[in-house]
Ligand binder design. Structure first.
Ligand code: HEC
Ligand code: HEC
Ligand code: HEC
Ligand code: HEC
Ligand code: HEC
Length: 477
């Protein structure tokens, strides 16, 4: 029966078995086997896809698969190298067992190889799946290079998108952006390893995927609503509140009424603009195109020959929502929020003024701030009003914690991020934002300005009032 087997079958199998008996291939076999055994033990974790910490995650979901595939690769590499060293495939010797299906030990060997290959394919598929899934996890993106990503990760957790994975905005769907992101990710890993990345990370992010391909996976312009009521609460130094009530004209992209989105990203609308700076803050020319009709607006002192040299950009979500997820606060805004929430008691005398001063001081490291900020708040009361301190010690201590919390989620000396480092383009109070174009100075040839009327974007129902009548009427307050 042995003789009936085609000769090529035997000739092909024999050298592989013979040549695989070398050091490199044996190391490969040990690696694959060890990784496979670990995988079996860690199967519950692998099926769950979650590790207890980012470092354990790297070990489990990246190092283990690497070992496995490295081992698989070493086996053929060893064979090729060994063959080269022997100067070709040695001839079949009589010491080698008979290569025939009727030889029971060979039969066992082949069945063994078949079963192992099948198991390896299963394990390999699972390892690959977990490795790619892990590299897309918030844990990996946000925590692996801890110092580098800490500011964005911290702001992210404090944002409406804290349940949206980083990759949903940064990579989006489809294979080509996935590959691109892995390639640029490789460069970033090298930069972090060499410690030569820029601090702070420069914006706008150069290779960010166009917003309309990512944001619109979840927010589609046709769906944007009508008006939205916003109540903004501010505190003064005496701890008294004032409220502004705005009816934001959100506007839909379809026929859902005019408004902010209809005007810029609605059907048939295309806005282009030139900017002289990388941050896109200085905009001397805007072109408003709607259903083929175009209108140019020029800033007051804009010169056409300068504009011709500038970068031109088509407006999308990111020109207003450039901080949808990494929204760093102003010290004033953050204090308003913490005081409204009660984490910092608004009736602590002078708390706002003292906190602002302490927050705006320069701290060279997180450790320094962590020891100095709470101490400074307590000292303020101990020294300036000892009887407030003795009567309201708990409130002072809670305020001290609150002030540090504000600092910790917004300032990152290790990444050179301070108050206002990252500009937010929504609104017009803290940064130019909408008023980059809607400043009343951008005019078309017939003298019409990009609208600045205070009721264009929102109806101002109340502005800095102690108790706005409109809220009582609506039954909100
Ligand atoms: C809702 C969408 C969204 C999500 C989710 C998101 N990002 Fe971003 N991210 C952005 C946008 C938009 C920018 C670009 C800002 C710019 O170019 O001005 C950005 C910028 C960044 C930057 C550059 C520095 C900066 O602050 O602008 C880093 C780093 C970053 N993101 C990391 C992360 C990490 C890590 C996560 C997950 C923990 C994450 N992002 C989740 C939208 C998102
Ligand atoms: C994977 C889905 C997803 C993607 C992608 C996404 N978002 Fe969101 N977005 C959400 C969810 C969920 C919320 C929270 C809704 C809520 O709180 O009611 C949200 C809320 C918002 C809000 C409202 C925030 C507020 O204060 O109420 C804005 C604005 C927003 N997203 C803009 C963006 C922009 C801009 C992008 C693209 C850079 C983007 N989103 C990408 C899911 C997503
Ligand atoms: C011209 C600036 C501008 C552009 C461009 C823009 N938005 Fe907005 N968007 C706003 C403003 C302003 C608000 C209201 C914010 C508020 O209520 O304080 C808003 C609100 C939203 C909300 C919350 C809606 C709600 O009902 O609360 C979502 C979601 C959103 N935008 C997504 C997007 C997406 C996605 C794009 C791109 C297709 C986009 N926006 C383009 C300015 C813009
Ligand atoms: C890059 C320039 C630019 C920026 C930045 C910009 N807009 Fe506009 N916006 C325009 C142009 C151009 C028009 C159309 C002007 C016209 O026809 O009067 C417009 C029109 C509008 C309209 C409709 C006005 C009307 O008369 O019906 C609203 C509302 C609006 N913008 C809101 C906003 C808000 C809110 C922001 C900031 C979050 C913003 N815009 C930022 C360029 C801009
Ligand atoms: C081009 C659109 C636009 C125009 C014109 C405009 N605003 Fe606003 N305004 C906004 C947006 C967007 C916000 C931000 C809402 C938010 O916080 O998300 C805002 C916020 C405000 C706030 C609340 C700030 C706070 O934190 O309490 C006040 C007050 C305000 N605007 C007053 C005015 C006045 C007064 C004018 C007329 C000079 C005006 N706005 C014109 C778009 C506009």
């Amino acid at each position: 029966m042995a003789n009936q087997q085609p000769a090529s079958w035997r000739e092909r199998l024999y050298p592989i078995i013979f040549l695989s008996n070398n050091l490199i291939s044996r190391i490969g076999v040990v690696l694959v086997t060890a990784a496979a055994i670990f995988w079996v033990f860690l199967l519950p974790t692998y099926l769950q896809g979650e590790a207890a910490s980012a470092y354990l995650g790297i070990l489990l979901f990246l190092a283990l698969p690497s070992g496995f595939f490295l081992g698989l690769a070493l086996i053929p590499i060893g064979i090729v190298l060994y063959r080269r060293r022997l100067g070709g495939t040695p001839a079949l010797t009589s010491e080698f067992p008979v290569l025939s299906w009727s030889n029971p030990s060979l039969r066992r060997l082949i069945i063994f190889i078949g079963v192992v290959t099948f198991a390896n394919m299963l394990i390999g598929a699972n390892l690959t799946y977990r490795a790619t899934a892990y590299m897309e996890s918030v844990q990996f993106c946000g925590l692996t290079c801890h110092t580098v990503m800490k500011p964005e990760y911290t702001a992210y957790q404090n944002s409406p998108h804290s349940r949206v994975e980083c990759v949903k905005c940064h990579i989006g769907a489809g294979a080509s952006w996935f590959v691109r992101s892995k390639l640029s990710g490789l460069g970033q890993v090298v930069a972090v390893a060499l410690n030569n990345y820029e601090r702070p990370i420069p914006v706008p992010v150069a290779n960010l995927r166009p917003a309309r391909e990512t944001c619109e996976d979840c927010h589609w312009p046709d769906k944007f609503g009508g008006d939205r009521l916003r109540v903004l609460t501010h505190f003064d130094d005496e701890g008294k509140t004032t409220k502004s009530v705005l009816l934001m004209h959100i506007g839909g992209g379809g026929a859902r009424g005019v408004g902010i989105h209809t005007a810029h990203v609605g059907k048939g609308v295309r806005i282009r603009y030139a900017h002289s700076d990388n941050e896109r803050q200085n905009i001397p020319w805007v072109e408003y195109g709607r259903n083929g009709e175009k209108r140019d607006f020029f800033a007051a002192k804009a010169r056409k020959e300068d504009i011709a040299k500038m970068d031109v950009r088509e407006m999308d979500c990111m020109d207003c929502h450039n901080r949808p997820s990494h929204s760093f606060e102003t010290p004033e805004g953050a204090l308003d929020r913490m005081m409204a929430a009660g984490a910092i008691a608004p009736d602590l005398p002078q708390i706002r003024k003292a906190a602002l001063e302490i927050l705006k001081k320069n701290y060279t490291s997180t450790a320094q701030a962590e020891s100095e900020i709470p101490a400074a708040v307590e000292r303020f009361y101990k020294e300036k009003s000892a009887d407030v301190y003795s009567k309201r010690q708990a409130a002072v201590q809670s305020a001290a914690k609150g002030v540090l919390a504000i600092w910790s989620r917004n300032v990152f000396p290790e990444m050179k991020i301070n108050w206002g480092t990252y500009i937010n383009n929504i609104g017009h109070n803290d940064f130019p934002g909408c008023f980059r174009c809607h400043d009343g100075e951008h005019k078309s040839a017939d003298g019409k300005a990009v609208e600045q009327d205070c009721n264009t974007c929102h109806s101002l129902l109340a502005m800095d009032e102690a108790s706005p009548k409109i809220l009582t009427e609506l039954g909100v307050d």
